[in-house]
Design a protein. Sequence first.
Length: 221
Amino acid sequence: MRKYRLHDMPAQVDPALARRLKSVQTATIGHFYQWGFMDGAVHRLSPGEIVVGTAVTVSIPAQDSTLLHHVLGLVRPGDFLVVERQGDQRHACWGGGVSRAARNAGLAGAVVDGPCTDPDEIRGLGFALWCRGVSGITTRLGDIGGRFNQPVSCGGIAVCPGDLVLADENGVLVLPADEAAEVAEMAIALTQEIARGEKRLDAGEHLGLVYGASALVARAG
């Protein structure tokens, strides 16, 4: 059995679609879409802009980051690396050196289903990382094995290579490639509707009147 299984890189998300989604928050999509949201414990390490990218996936065992180091030489600008940790919450596979390599490779961002290390260094590099926390116990080059660009589980959801990843201060959302454009159009329309509602709120109207809650209560008698 091969220790390492590496599959082809997926087609990248349409750059025009990615640009449009950068105006949309994950929480806006959460008003009408229920799938693909990672566990809320997976959070952004530091504040930053909305990130959109093409999911590329890696799965590595608890104490071994050999394959992670290798695939950072394969990723492309605009990719978003999704790291499955097979349930391990003790070993940090991502730190300052990995962030520097990821930034230099042009990764849009990354999400690790486990802890990182070197949080201040990662923040200083300006790399967009989502993770479950911080640990001082790191992985090593153990040459145990791993999988690249196969479906993985991260933050409680399934992620396939080529999915679209939208990530911001509210969390990480993964959209299947064949649904992303439709979801984007709905989200952009809702974003515009919310902006109109905010103007009415600033003008002094009540929340229940602006978004319809008061009408529902009145209708119920």
